[in-house]
Design a protein around this ligand. Structure first.
Ligand code: PLP
Length: 507
């Protein structure tokens, strides 16, 4: 393919994406294909000779689109949002066009330095403490990771290495393997699965402590666990708190957790994968309480800040703790500005060596939408969730199970779990909207999350009508079934009676 053909294919692809996104409401949110649907539709080997791009674009509609779950549809209400925006898509295209791998400054100075700039812009936008800024004199700073999971793992690995070094200094009589065997990390039972996975990957015990009844993880719980573990000879390393848990978007009590972490010199990391964007809103200022006392935190721009997946911001109070833990050098990686004092080589802040030029899409998105536009989108999500919550509360057949938080409403049909399970099953079968179930203390509930590229109040009305009419239908069917069951019971009594009569007659 030459540049001329690329221009044609590329322009057609942009039209393709714009048409898709403009008309996204026409699609059922969930695909209607069965597992393995794609395999027989495609050849077993790549084509030997080149094919024309119009054919390929046609095939995208024919074989790929039927297997797409439409995440950018406003009828998506599952998980948390992953909102894209047009400027972010353009940023992806240009960054990919440069085709760079920016693991060190010399590999593309603009990649590293733009990342420092946008991470500082973002930190200021979110009102984070100054010590997280690159422009501050201290050792802190921000980096773009691929995911919240990677950010958490980096924090756990760095905390582990720092703890091992400290213990070796304090206890030279202990072997390194003895020390490693005693390390322990903490989070709550409401934290995302990636926290437990980080424990597995980092080979460190991860204790998931029970959150309080209101689903909040507090310092008192952490303190009890640490006291018990220290008495048993274990070495507490890191605590991972969550602002915006995946189940109900609960916010852990960072202040009280920070007090315990400071007392025991335990690294405190905050996973704010979804809720972090709300730090930017004055009305959510409460969420920022205690952030000046944490060692690191992460937040996904690809959730509700309109930067396309993947883009996860991570800040560390002291980058030396990370760089010292992961700095593995080779002669071919060296360059004359690699002393790390002025400009970081971000490969030392992450797991892979190679890194994408993600900062470009962030920069283009921030400039195109402005801080005002980003705040407006988050406020829109909150308003739409309030609209949905009102509808739930106005219908006596439903109940809200946790306080609405940002763009998430957790609710259920009153009564036993079976009704909520049936409702979710039915909604999934109809594919008009998509929600996932969750459970707490034996109570099943549904999570209604505001998602999609451009959700509107009419989309919330659509979703609510779908939910409440399906509940009405389930109740009506249950009544018919109950009546039928009643009739059958009557009939069987009747039958039993007849049989008895026959037997009596025969006798
Ligand atoms: N943490 C929280 C609170 C989440 O809700 C999620 C995903 O939704 C994650 C972590 C994992 O995010 P990622 O897919 O970026 O690893």
């Amino acid at each position: 393919m030459n540049a001329k053909e690329f221009r044609e294919f590329g322009k057609a692809a942009v039209d393709f994406v714009a048409d898709y996104l403009e008309n996204i409401r026409e699609n059922d949110i969930l695909p209607s294909v069965e597992p393995g649907y794609l395999l027989p539709l495609l050849p077993k080997k790549m084509p030997e000779t080149p094919e024309a791009w119009p054919e390929i674009l046609t095939d995208i509609n024919r074989v790929i689109k039927p297997g797409i779950t439409h995440w950018q549809s406003p009828n998506m209400h599952a998980y948390f949002p992953t909102c894209i925006s047009y400027p972010s898509l353009v940023g992806e295209l240009i960054a990919t066009g440069y085709g760079i791998v920016g693991f060190s400054w010399i590999c593309s100075p603009a990649c590293t330095e733009l990342e420092m700039v946008v991470m500082d812009w973002l930190a200021k936008f979110l009102h984070l403490p100054k010590h997280f800024l690159h422009e501050d004199d201290g050792p802190g700073g921000g980096v773009i990771q691929g995911s919240a999971s990677e950010s958490v793992l980096v924090a756990v690995l760095a905390a582990r290495e720092q703890a091992v070094r400290k213990e070796r200094e304090n206890h030279p009589e202990m072997s390194e393997s003895d020390i490693r065997g005693k390390l322990i990390a903490y989070s709550s039972d409401q934290s995302n699965s990636c926290i437990e996975k980080a424990g597995l990957l980092a080979a460190i015990r991860m204790k998931l402590l029970p959150a309080d009844e209101d689903l909040i993880f507090r310092g008192a719980t952490l303190q009890k666990a640490i006291e018990k573990d220290v008495a048993a000879g274990l070495i507490p390393v890191i605590c991972i708190a969550t602002l915006g848990t995946t189940g109900t978007c609960a916010y852990d009590d960072i202040e009280s957790l920070a007090s315990i972490c400071e007392q025991y010199q335990v690294w405190l990391h905050v996973d704010a994968a979804y809720a972090g964007g709300a730090f930017a809103l004055d009305e959510c200022a409460e969420l920022r309480r205690g952030l000046d006392r944490v060692d690191s935190l992460n937040f996904n721009l690809h959730k509700f800040m309109q930067v396309s997946f993947d883009c996860a911001a991570m800040w560390v109070r002291d980058a030396n703790n990370v760089v010292d833990s992961f700095n593995v050098d080779r002669i071919y990686l060296k360059h004359k500005h690699d002393d790390q004092t002025k400009i970081p080589d971000f490969r030392h802040w992450q797991i892979p060596l190679g890194r994408r030029f993600r900062a470009l899409k962030v920069w283009i998105t921030f400039r195109t939408l402005g801080a005002e536009g980003l705040r407006a989108t988050m406020r829109k999500h909150i308003d739409l969730a309030i609209q949905f919550e009102r509808a739930v509360k106005a219908d006596k057949r439903f109940e809200v199970v946790a306080p609405r938080a940002l763009g998430l409403v957790c609710f259920r049909a009153k009564g036993d779990n079976e009704i909520t399970a049936q409702l979710q099953h039915r909604l999934m079968e109809r594919k008009k909207i998509y929600m996932v179930k969750a459970e707490h203390c034996g109570r099943l509930f549904l999570r209604f999350s505001i998602c999609g590229m451009d959700p509107k109040p009419s989309d919330i009305e659509f979703a609510w009508t779908e939910i409440e009419t399906q509940l009405t239908a389930i109740c009506a069917e249950d009544q018919v079934n109950a009546r039928k069951a009643g009739d059958i019971t009557d009939l069987s009594h009747h039958l039993t009676g007849l049989q008895l009569t026959n037997e009596t007659l025969r006798r």
